[in-house]
Write a protein that binds this ligand. Sequence first.
Ligand SMILES: [Fe+2]
Length: 266
Amino acid sequence: MKKIDLGHLNGDILIFGGVYSNLHALEAFINYTINLGISAKNVICTGDIVAYCAYAEDSVKLIREFGCHVLAGNCERQLAIKSDDCGCGFEEGSMCSLLSKSWYAHARSQISNSSIDWMSDLPERIIFENNGSRYGVIHGGASDISKFVWPTDAEKVLEDEFNLLQKQIGYVDCVIAGHTGIPMKRDFNKKKWLNPGAIGLPANDGDIDTNFLTINKKMIINNKLEYDINSAYQAMQATSLIQGYHSTLKTGYWPSQETLPLSMRV
Ligand SMILES: [Fe+2]
């Protein structure tokens, strides 16, 4: 397992993930960091650059040009091994699994050999320190890259994943994980579990703006990202990605909620 320790990071840190091939959202996010004067060295991506939207290869190219730290998501892992499916952990035969066949095939058709080589070399753990705390960044869970850890999960689930991660990378005060697409900030037993949500799709809450995270000296903030939704939507239509996720950009709701725990469905 490839791990990267960034040491101590000074200043504000931005955490984002789930770009999901939404180039317009990625451009807006990068412009936000530039406008704030935040260096790419203080920006970490939790993976899944490639998924539901139209611009898989261009999103990878842009993130490489930007030069932030990037963790492998399951989508990058699956593309790197030239797998036929996204490895998201969707149940066989479920709506999410059926929908993934369209967007994954589209992404796979776009991705260049250079991008596949780059994805193959991405780390699965990123570690950093800031303001007296040590953070461990993972994609889904410590036990499985595609594990969904939800805000409503029992404390035991978080505790077990947290303990396993500490066996892998040493003591941490806080875990940062992505994969679910849902922002999360949870305190338990003097520890913290954070999820920045996704910038590429809304969080199934009816809000069309998307999500990322800022860690600064005083607090941890869930931020909202505004971007050119119409252009992202039109690009999906133009590439026949019209199975449901294109509508999500405009409604804020996912086409299927079956991966969500019952208590989180709306
Ligand atoms: Fe994922």
